[in-house]
Every structure is written in structure tokens, then in C-alpha cells.
Write a protein that binds this ligand. Sequence first.
Ligand code: GMT
Length: 372
Amino acid sequence: MKIGITCYPSVGGSGILATELGKELAKRGHEVHFISYERPFRLPTDTPRLHFHPVVINDYDLFKYPDYTLPLSVKMAEVSREHRLDVLHVHYAVPHATAAILARGMLPSERQPRVVTTLHGTDTTLLGRDPGYGPAIHHALTHSDAVTTVSEFLKAETQKVLGFEGHIDVIHNFFVPGEPKRSREEVRRELNLRDETVIFHSSNLRPLKRIDLLLEIVARIRSREPFKLLILAGGNFTPFVGQVRRLGLESRVIVREKVSDIEDYLQIADLGLFTSETESFCLSILEAMFFGCPSVARCVGGIPEVVADKITGRLVASSEADELARVAETLINDSAARRAMGEAARIRAHELFSCEVIVPCYEELYRRVGAM
Ligand code: GMT
């Protein structure tokens, strides 16, 4: 098939997922065309059947705010027409789904691709509640040929928040673990680690990730074993430096910003710690699972669909730092329990969230909408 994919190209779960999906589809013989304002950062340049079409945005003085939706829709229509796309698959509804619906309307009916919209999280839970966006999102979903969410939780939220009554397919996220570029020893040396257990956190550091709570928890952990917190930051860590100092965590916290070879660090992660207010899925937990790393996380959103409590990690209902610290502490002190959970996490990741399991669900969906 010929598939157009639009996503946010920068560091962020929805863009990462869309990029991996495009790569896997190309490997399976499909022709894939990415359409976005920048090349997605994990998209290779030299892969057969994988193409990138940049959207050029002119900054006109007459506009107070530059517009992206219209140039995106024009590019989507152009790529659809020239490459005879069967499907336009958009990741994150705003503004991608609206642009896809517009693009489809610009084409004669025999050239119109099917539109598949995948909701990832805040496109429903945050923007869906905003009266300035909600009706436009609802309109785009209603006019999509298929709508998917990355968890059952997000499906229920989409029905509740947007009042969307159409069919929704739940297709969970997947991850394809790459080979680390360096050995464990080299990475531990880079981080100046001796025998410390590595608590791992990776996120874009936005307020809902609750980095303040993460640091508070780490300050309260009283473990027998030495440990460090490694943060892979997809955003600027500077606003948290003051809190690190106040809590006396300067020697405890290691930060690496905008890391592309995440596998190097995932392979040394012993225990994930995730403090988000909400997550439709939490791809970072899944990435850690593939490397045998169990996680302690708040029991929110779609996280219980990813983490099996007491089997592949621990889910904590409370948002109290003391409570979360106590649970993390237990696992830092008990390396045998941690390793057993890590192994169970690795198996669960492969069984439920591998590309072999998930990518065929999208291919099946494309075939279904193609036959409509
Ligand atoms: O919705 C967002 O906040 C952005 C989005 C992203 O692009 O990072 O994150 C969402 O999509 C990820 C991939 O499906 C999920 O793993 C995240 O849980 C989800 N974020 C939230 O629900 C807050």
C-alpha cells in the first residue's frame, strides 16, 4: 500500500511511535511518505520506500500567528495526488486530522486517500476539553475513515470528553529496541557510576510529568543500597536545577538532554520511576520494559494497561512522595525481586507490545478502510 504519515517530528511519544510505524511498514514492503514541517528525528535518510516531504511555511507579516494547518493540508493533497496514496495516517489530532480532512476534500473522489486518525493523549484529554479546539477535533474524528487510540483508557476518555460516538479501534503502542552503540561498562563509566543502582526516568519534562514530585521522591528514598537517578530529558532541565540544589541532590541526579541513542542508557536502567499526573500509555515505560527494567509508576490513565502491578513493576495509587519513595525503596533494596519483575516486563513487552504484534493491526485497519 501507499501510506502518508503525518506526526510531530520532534522528541515526543506520538512522533516516535509514528516514525517507528513508518519504518516497519516500509520494511514490510509498503511505500511510506512522511509529511511534516521537519524530518522526524528518528527517521533514517537512506531507507528504501521511506520518503519525507517537508511542509514549507511562509511567515506573512499580515498574520499575527503563523498558520500551519493550511500549508500542511495542501502538501498532504499534493503528495496524495502525486503518489496516489491509499491512506493518510495522522498521529495526534491537532491540527493533523483537520488538515487531512481538508486535503481529502481538495482531491477528486477517485484520488481521495482514506484518513486514519490516531489519538495519542492530550489531543483528547487536554485539547478535547478546550472549547476552542473540541468541536474541531470532534469534526475531524467524525470525518475520519477510522479512529484509533493507544489505550482503552484513551478510548473511554475520547467518548466521554468529546462525546464521540463513532467506532474507535484500540491499538496499543509498540517499540523496536535497537542495539546499544556502546557497552554497559562504557556507559556506566561515562556516568561515573561504580556500584550504584540506576533509577531511570525519561520524559519531555512538561508539567504533567511532575518532575518536582520525581525529585521529591528521590530525596526521600532511604535505601541501604547506593543509587543514582538518571533522567533522559526531552526538554530543558534548567528550571529544575534549583530544586535539585534545595534538596541536596547534586551528586544523586544525572541528566542527559535530547539523547538519540537511548538504548545505550536503557541497558543500564535498573528501575524506572514515572510520576505523571496522567498518561494515555507512557511509551517510556515500555522502552524500559524491553530492556528488562521494571517501573514504579502512578496508577493513572492507561499505565495499568502497560504495567502489570506486582508482576512487571509497581503501580501506586497515591501521589504522595513518601508513599512512592517507600515503594521505590523496597525495590532498590531487593535486587532479586527487581530482576524477576524486569524479566517479566521484558516478556510482557515482547508478547503484547512488539512490532510483530502491533504493526499487523495497523495493516489490517488500512485494508479495512481501503475496502470501504
Ligand atoms: O499527548 C501528549 O502529551 C503528547 C504525546 C506525545 O507526542 O508525546 O504523548 C502521548 O502519546 C504517547 C505515545 O502514544 C503516550 O505514550 C503518552 O502517554 C501520551 N501522553 C499523555 O497522555 C500525557
